[in-house]
Design a protein around this ligand. Structure first.
Ligand code: ADP
Length: 308
């Protein structure tokens, strides 16, 4: 409440004074209202902040829990894979010895079955090795040896390794490395593994007389390497699942040729451990391009794999 008056008894308030008072009262009222509003906003902001802080804490605890469970999962997979690998190596070894005929002559039908044991053991060994590699990267126990290999020589190794498969299908292999491409620090055996997987898939999913092209070029702060094929392509619905464990597109080739569905998962983990990115574009019946980037400023001779 506001009282207004003056000390002189003779002079009463003029009309101007009254007007002034009413303007003043109005403004004081507005200011009080603003102050109240401000206080309300301030309080609700504080409320919101403390709620956000509380939720952030809860999320951090949940994230720690998820990390712990994920680590346990990786360690479990790792332990099981090790246990499986040892007897599997023996099975494969014994089958190979028997096949050589050193232990005694073996009839053709037995040999045929031994070959099957050998082939299926190979598939299992590949699956176990992929699982082990993924578990190692996930658990952060994967020490990478960074060096600056010539990317051209990595690609040549991959060509040597897969040349027979390409010849068998009459596939042309092209390599295009941009002249200004700088060498990057990478773990060469891991990047070679990624390339083998991408080119291997390209061979598998490209019909006879197709072409596979590897392109390498600098892009912003990275070097980008892409593997393009003229194969069967991948439908949009399948693309979003490609990097999920054990995902294989339901097609004729996959029904005939065995695979693990882990190759791309591993490739993604390796590239992300290099702080790079991997992606894919594809058109059904026209072809597919897998590209990955590697940061140019990656430094250090040795580094622990970092995965989020
Ligand atoms: P795998 O080859 O053992 O099945 P990957 O993780 O390497 O496992 O690949 C997953 C799936 O992605 C393949 O089964 C195939 O369906 C699809 N794919 C990968 N590369 C290509 C490609 N170049 N062209 C068409 N499909 C592909």
């Amino acid at each position: 409440m506001v009282f207004v008056g003056n000390h002189s008894e003779a002079s009463s308030m003029t009309e101007g004074d009254e007007e002034l008072m009413s303007i003043l009262a109005n403004q004081i009222g507005q200011s009080l209202e603003n102050a109240q509003l401000f206080e309300q906003v301030y309080r609700s902001r504080q409320d919101l902040e403390s709620k956000i802080q509380e939720r952030t804490k809860q999320l951090a605890v949940a994230l720690e829990e998820v990390k712990k469970i994920s680590k346990m999962k990786s360690e479990f997979i790792s332990a099981v894979s090790h246990e499986l690998r040892t007897p599997l190596t023996s099975i494969k070894g014994y089958a190979s010895i028997l096949m050589t005929g050193k232990v005694g002559d073996i009839p053709a039908e037995v040999k045929e079955r031994l070959e099957k044991i050998n082939k299926h053991s190979d598939n299992l060994v590949k699956l176990i090795n992929d699982l082990l590699a993924i578990a190692r990267i996930e658990s952060g126990r994967f020490e990478m040896k960074f060096a600056k290999p010539a990317i051209a020589s990595l690609i040549e190794n991959v060509r040597d390794l897969l040349t027979l498969q390409m010849k068998e299908k009459g596939i042309q292999f092209k390599v295009q490395i941009a002249a200004a491409t700088p060498e990057v620090f990478v773990d060469s055996s891991q990047i070679e593994r990624v390339l083998i997987n991408l080119v291997g898939n390209a061979i598998k999913f490209t019909p006879r007389e197709g072409t596979i092209t590897i392109r390498v070029q600098p892009e912003a702060e990275t070097v980008v390497c892409s593997v393009t094929d003229t194969g069967i392509g991948i439908k949009e619905d399948d693309i979003s699942n490609l990097f999920n464990e054990f995902y294989r597109v339901d097609n004729e080739i996959n029904q005939k040729v065995k695979g693990t569905g882990l190759g791309l998962v591993l490739a993604k983990k390796v590239i992300e451990a290099h702080q790079g990115k991997i992606g894919v574009t594809s058109k059904a019946n026209q072809g597919t391009t897998f590209s990955f980037s590697l940061p140019i400023n990656q430094m250090g001779e040795k580094s622990q794999a970092r995965t989020e």
